[in-house]
Design a protein around this ligand. Structure first.
Ligand SMILES: Nc1ncnc2c1ncn2[C@@H]1O[C@H](COP(=O)(O)OP(=O)(O)OP(=O)(O)O)[C@@H](O)[C@H]1O
Ligand SMILES: [Mg+2]
Length: 310
């Protein structure tokens, strides 16, 4: 098997759409490298260019410029093979309404030339939670069920990489959790995952790497942990038991005393929570509860997008 480091390696991809007389630069010198074996999130507001990039990978949209390889295979010189390496769950729910989930998956397996004996249609249906609906017409499935059917369809040929464009839009909370568990399992077994989502808390929980995209450009890409450290400000609140006077050593943290809560802001790169607790202990200040607040992916996403809008 071909050895490669990046499941997707895209260099200087440009795509412009022409709508009547206006030009839309959907992707502008777009570079991305998705490490093999990772879970990679593409995050960005509506119209950022996420689906355009995914559709280029799937051969539904042609790029104007740039070079892309999928699992080490150039999409221009070997487009057929490159498409076999990936399974794509599209953003639109385009399902043929007159087939049942079972028939659809069998049909898809046939398209990929998978012999009947090697197919695992029932297992896939079970894993995406559609086993009971396997013989129902697709038009009778709910929105969330259709989306899960699209996931099933994308993995029929056991691709090396699964790309999911908004896989959980419209899927209820419990099934969403099931779907993520299943995707995590696929990843553990070696499938590289790339996804877009507007649920930033889910991206934060799931992804190893994240790219933040807006107006066709990558504004930031890094490991999730590095991104979460961009804002190093942290807040801690101590519920104090009695009236206290704030120790002088805390002055540099702009402490606030509000309704028996002592609130302190500090830079987690420079100060540890332990050193703050030590100051309280040294000053004989008792507290019955500590609450900390750290910026999450949403804070960081907003900061990066807002800075780009300036
Ligand atoms: N077929 C098309 N013809 C003309 N313009 C298009 C076409 N497809 C996408 N665009 C435009 O390209 C830009 C990027 O769209 P894209 O669908 O890639 O965004 P997205 O990041 O997937 O957004 P969303 O989060 O809403 O799905 C938008 O301005 C969109 O209007
Ligand atoms: Mg989209």
């Amino acid at each position: 098997m071909l050895d490669y480091k990046f499941s997707i390696d895209a260099i200087k991809v440009n795509k412009t759409f022409f709508k009547k007389k206006s030009r839309i630069n959907a992707l502008v010198d777009f570079n991305i490298q998705i490490p093999k074996g990772s879970i990679y999130g593409l995050l960005g507001p509506n119209g950022a260019g996420k689906s355009t990039f995914i559709n280029i990978l799937g051969g539904l949209v042609n790029k104007n410029e740039g070079k892309i390889s999928i699992c080490g295979i150039d999409i221009d010189t070997n487009s057929k093979l490159s498409k076999k390496k990936i399974g794509i769950v599209p953003q639109e729910l385009n399902i043929d309404p007159f087939f049942t989930p079972y028939e659809l998956l069998e049909l898809q397996a046939g398209l990929y030339g998978i012999p009947k004996k090697q197919r695992n249609t029932e297992e896939i249906l079970h894993n995406v939670g559609l086993f009971e609906q396997r013989d129902a017409y697709a038009r009778t499935l709910s929105g969330g069920m259709r989306r899960r059917l699209l996931v099933a369809k994308a993995i029929v040929h056991n691709p090396e990489m699964l790309i999911l464009d908004e896989p959980t839009a419209g899927v209820d909370v419990e099934l969403r959790a099931n779907l993520w568990n299943y995707i995590r399992d696929l990843n553990k077994k070696g499938t590289t995952i790339c996804l877009t989502t507007h649920y930033l808390d889910e991206a934060e929980e799931l992804c190893d790497y994240i790219s933040i995209i807006d107006k066709g450009k990558i504004l930031k890409d890094d490991t999730k942990n590095n991104l979460l450290n961009i804002i190093s400000n942290k807040t801690v609140s101590f519920a104090v038991q009695e009236k206290i006077s704030i120790p002088k050593e805390l002055d540099k943290y702009n402490p606030i005393l509000k309704e028996n809560n002592l609130i302190i802001n500090y830079d987690k790169q420079k100060t540890t929570l332990k050193s703050i607790i030590n100051i309280l202990n040294n000053n004989k200040i008792n507290f019955k509860e500590i609450n900390t607040y750290e910026s999450d992916l949403e804070d960081i996403f907003m900061k990066i997008i807002n800075e780009n809008d300036k």
